[in-house]
Design a protein around this ligand. Structure first.
Ligand code: ADP
Ligand code: MG
Length: 264
């Protein structure tokens, strides 16, 4: 691994499509494979922090302090119960960051600036974005090497995607020309449901090789895991959900070694 971590934003402005679940489990899967991994919780809901067992009262310094107060990232990140997996936790403080940063000239570069100071401490940084294309998500896209897009296999899934792709293009034209699409991953897929298959066909036809071969199935173990404050990989290591997330990690890490995925 190079000195610089590989930075992946997990984004989709729709809520409830599997961003946080994907962030937690891809992070856990990367750590399981021996990678030093940092998950940045960039959602005021703090679901990634909760899902990795960081109690609200244990969130002394948060992503808010990192971005708005300029607290060094080394002071904000904290270990999780899992080897090699660290998190910058978030809480509702982050909800006002957009407003508070309005007059800050570097407001879109704050996360990039913070991550630059990490040096060789991590192999991967994953960013769990909020369900909106706001300043926080822009910070993630500006800081990232690539964006991983969870797409829930349901009606209208692709419509929201064009807005996200437009934003990616804008960020490329301004602050981050090298930003790539890591890929689109179908989530909560139910193979007994025709709609899931229709959405998959549609996505593969429209987006081609940007869509990962791996599909994350709807799996009750995946939805149970957060209430035990662990990734599904730890909660039920052999569940269909765990197998799928491991396969996704394998696909992502393999593609890093081949020529870069073409951008959309
Ligand atoms: P987002 O971060 O995009 O809002 P979440 O990852 O929080 O989405 O997922 C929304 C809800 O769906 C959560 O309750 C989560 O546990 C559930 N969920 C996510 N992925 C799966 C899956 N593969 N199978 C079953 N439930 C899932
Ligand atoms: Mg979320």
């Amino acid at each position: 691994m190079s000195e610089k971590p590989r930075i992946i934003a997990i984004a989709n402005q729709k809520g409830g499509v599997g961003k946080t679940t994907t962030a937690i489990n891809v992070a856990a899967g990367l750590a399981e494979k021996g990678n030093r991994t940092l998950l940045i919780d960039l959602d005021p809901q703090g679901n990634a922090s909760t899902g990795l067992g960081i109690e609200p009262e244990a969130r002394n310094l948060t992503t808010y302090d990192l971005l708005v107060e300029g607290i060094p990232i080394g002071d904000v990140l904290c270990p999780t119960a899992f080897d090699r997996l660290y998190i910058c936790p978030a809480n509702s403080d982050l909800a006002s960051a957009d407003m508070e940063l309005i007059a800050n000239e570097r407001r879109t570069f704050l996360l990039q600036d913070a991550l630059k100071t990490l040096s060789g401490d991590f192999d991967y940084v994953l960013i769990d974005c909020p369900p909106s294309l706001n300043l926080l998500t822009i910070n993630a896209l500006v800081a990232a090497d690539s964006v991983l897009v969870p797409l829930q296999a349901e009606f209208f899934a692709l419509e929201g995607l064009s807005q996200l792709m437009l934003t990616v293009r804008e960020v490329r034209q301004t602050a981050n020309p090298a930003l790539r699409i890591e890929g689109v991953v179908l989530t909560m897929y139910d193979k007994r449901n025709n709609l899931s298959q229709l959405v998959e066909n549609d996505a593969r036809q429209t987006l081609g090789e940007l869509v990962f071969a791996t599909i994350i199935p709807r799996n009750v173990r995946v939805s149970e895991a957060p209430s035990f404050s662990v990734p599904v990989l730890a909660y039920d290591s052999t569940s269909k959900g765990s197998e799928a997330y491991r396969a996704l990690v394998a696909e992502m890490t393999a593609s890093h070694r081949t020529p870069m995925r073409k951008s959309a």
